[in-house]
Design a protein around this ligand. Sequence first.
Ligand code: ADP
Length: 560
Amino acid sequence: MSLPSHLYDPLRIASALSPALFSLGDPDLLVELLNSNPAGVVLVEADPDLPVVYCNESFQHWAPIGDRPILGRSLLELFVWADRSAVRSTYRSVIQSGVPIHRRSVPYRPRPQDQDAAGYWSASHYPLRGPHGQVTHVLSMTIDVTNQALGQVRLQETQQRALSTLAMIARHLTSAGQAPSFFNELSATIAELVSAERVAFWLYDADEETISARLGHFGFSVDDLELASRLPCRPGGTDPLERVVFDELIVVKGSGIVVPWKAGDHRLGALGAYESTRASGFTDEDVRALQAAATAAALVWEHRQADEALAEIRDRETTGLRQQIEQSIELEHLKTDFLKLASHELRGPLGVVRGYISMMEDGTLGPIGQSVTPVLPLLRAKLDEMNQLINEIVETARLEDSALELQFNRLDLRDVVRAALHALEPLTGEGHRLVTSIADQPVTVVGDASRLRMVVTNLVHNAIKYSPQGGEVCVTCDVEDGLARVAVTDQGVGIAAEDRDRLFTRFGRIVTRDTAGLPGTGLGLYLARDLARRHGGDVTVQSEPGRGSTFTLGLPLSRA
Ligand code: ADP
């Protein structure tokens, strides 16, 4: 079929046709190109009947005219099953306006007997003008876009389905309990999604090199499961399941579809759907839905594994911590028992020595040498010192056993201070000067006299001990800011700020170059503060390293 020669020029005007085509300048070649063009090309006259003056072979796809000649016949007559009024109005508009019209994805019926449109075309209609500028012809180029249009629809459906798969899985996730019940519920949902009678999550066990459908399933009987348990599954195997797991094969058969189940590079196994409930069987969309479900289930699996690993670590840590605590409680008990035992054993011999010293002092043992008499007070003081140490140990042990009971009485704190100083006097030696400043008025508190004496003794004893170069030890007992107060100031080694909190802890000793050789238990201040607090007061410290310290016992005054 050839093109009327007078139309070569007008055709050139049709801008949508490739300029390169026209630049060839060879009408025969142009006709040949149009004839072999996969797009349908038709040229009609600008007449209400739209008589055809040219069409190529592709166009005849829409106009199955048999053997009858096409030229000269009305376009409307050719399209017996298209929407004729729409065709007519499109051409009328192009002819009248002289403007091209493009229509995209227009539905049409491929066969006259089809009731519903099952095909789609896209068409461009170009006005061609004669020598006086009037539209003489319309050139139409038409392409069948049925596949693209249906593909688009299918893509939308698949996306919709994938979305609903994810939504269903997300719903399960929030309500999920244990892993098996979760994967069972998920299997039921997937069965519904792909219209399958049965669904199974095949879990691969790399250690055993087996695969089982026990993790999650729907529609399987107990016997089925027994059969589907611990099937051999090895890399390189030829069984379809092995190939799905290791070669990522997708099995699609009438009886079922099986897709790989992976979390990243980790092969979890396979997801299978069996026996379609639809007569037409499984579709490509079912495969895609199953793949989407497998991807989502793998995310869930990973999430759960991470959760479980975390819980395990937490459990392990808790158990370790509990064991540590139990061990340290046991150690504490041991230590307390040891302290009790040691102090008990020491008290006996100490009592005997004390008795002999008393007898030497009062002459019961007969006359003693002159060289011994002056050292007797020091011996007694050292004995008192030892006694104090033992007392500290015993008191600490009692305190930790919750067996420490205080004997509260109204008392004058000045008497407590005097008694403590009296006992300590022999220890001051030549290097120390004990300066006291005791209030004239009674400093009345409610307390346990022997325990408060212990506290004061400890503070004064420390003041002497921790000023090895000697110096003044000043002990004040008065009322200040509404509190009964005993302050002990020395000019000794002092305590660095960062060490001050440690002083009051059990066995808390600060060993520096200055204090390294000094004996002690590290219990005195711990006990002193605890006892003071049991009286509603406290022991506090102020100190300057190298210059000295002041320890203060503050107690509430007795109101009565
Ligand atoms: P210790 O039996 O070691 O004397 P304490 O509980 O009485 O035990 O004192 C705890 C630590 O506090 C001591 O080891 C010492 O380092 C420090 N300390 C106590 N009193 C003084 C003080 N007056 N000057 C300097 N350091 C002191």
